[in-house]
Design a protein around this ligand. Structure first.
Ligand code: BDR
Ligand code: CA
Length: 314
């Protein structure tokens, strides 16, 4: 079977870097046709530079990186240096990229590439605020029925939120964009924190990753060592979720995820709960089930696969 074609929309971020390396290390199954960047964990100039650093680390400077929206559709940008450090990729000393960014804006790139692809072929994976995709859908609504699926890291329901009591960071940063995408009619799969909190990355696994000896594996482990510092009080264990990598894991091994088709809406109006993904788990509203909600991962096969794929990179 031909590899599945994906565009990764991202705000790297150490866990974004894991998701990208995991995908680029899986060329038999995934064809990463392009990467688009957005302001999120850190401002756009840094997320764009970081995406270039990651494709170069993977030995794949041929994957085009397009910079997109610097700020959400309506609200001001909120960043997360408190998690990811000032650069967004603190922990690894990656060289300044030599590959240039593409000149075409990410939103134009998304519209052009989706319109030029056969219907139902392209999957967009969003690992940050969904500003670029929602803007592309606004600019050219005909992209919606052309997409195969949107697979996103964001949201949560049973675990509440990690940015506010109700909202997960990616959805909270641009709730209006998320609302647009969930409401668009495109098939959506959501890896929220209910799912990502069930696959915790342990120090033992990181030792194994580092010991494989490839440069990509060693630098990924260095990134994770920094990223693990956040959450000591919250998780009360040295293990940490590696959120965005759960999107790649789903594309490669959906059978290791517990999932349910649900009606999901995004709150864009309530001051206390803006950015919350309201999951109708018991289908009490009778609304159209617009989202495949990932609830749990079987962690052992997930981490085995990620180890194999990242360590296969140079
Ligand atoms: C999400 O927020 C970001 O900080 C991470 O990169 C991930 O995409 C987790 O809530
Ligand atoms: Ca991210």
């Amino acid at each position: 079977m031909a590899p599945r074609k994906i565009i990764i929309d991202t705000d790297p971020g150490q866990d974004d870097a894991f998701a990208i390396l995991f995908a680029l290390g899986s060329p038999a199954e995934l064809d990463v046709v392009g990467i688009t960047t957005v302001g999120g964990n850190v401002p756009l100039a840094l997320t764009s530079k970081n995406a270039l650093k990651v494709v170069e680390l993977a030995g794949r400077p041929d994957v085009p990186v397009h910079a997109g929206c610097p700020a959400p559709m309506v609200r001001k940008l909120i960043t997360a240096e408190y998690v990811h450090g000032e650069t967004g990729l603190d922990g690894a000393d990656l060289p300044e990229p030599v590959t240039p960014l593409q000149s075409e804006h990410a939103v134009n790139y998304l519209v052009r590439t989706i319109m030029d692809s056969p219907e139902g072929e392209l999957t967009v994976c969003t690992l940050g605020p969904m500003t670029n995709l929602a803007t592309a859908m606004t600019m050219e609504p005909r992209i919606v029925p052309r997409l195969r699926e949107v697979v996103l890291m964001g949201g949560g329901f049973f675990q509440g939120g990690n940015a506010t009591p109700a909202a997960e960071f990616n959805i909270f940063v641009d709730p209006h964009a998320a609302h647009k995408v969930f409401d668009s009619g495109v098939p959506v799969t959501m890896a929220g924190i209910d799912c990502t909190y069930t696959a915790l990355m342990t120090p033992e696994w990181l030792d194994r990753l580092r010991a494989t000896g490839s440069r990509a594996a060693i630098e990924a482990a260095n990134l994770a060592d920094f990223y693990r510092q956040y959450g000591t009080h919250k998780f009360e264990t040295p293990a940490r979720p590696i959120h965005d990598a759960c999107v790649t894991g789903y594309l490669l091994a959906p059978q290791i995820y517990e999932q349910r088709q649900c009606a999901v809406t995004v709150d864009i109006v309530s001051p206390e709960t803006i950015g919350m993904t309201v999951v109708d788990w018991w289908h009490v509203t009778g609304r159209r089930k617009n989202c495949n909600v990932l609830r749990r991962i079987d962690p052992a096969p997930f981490f085995e696969l990620m180890l194999e794929r990242i360590s296969a990179l140079p």
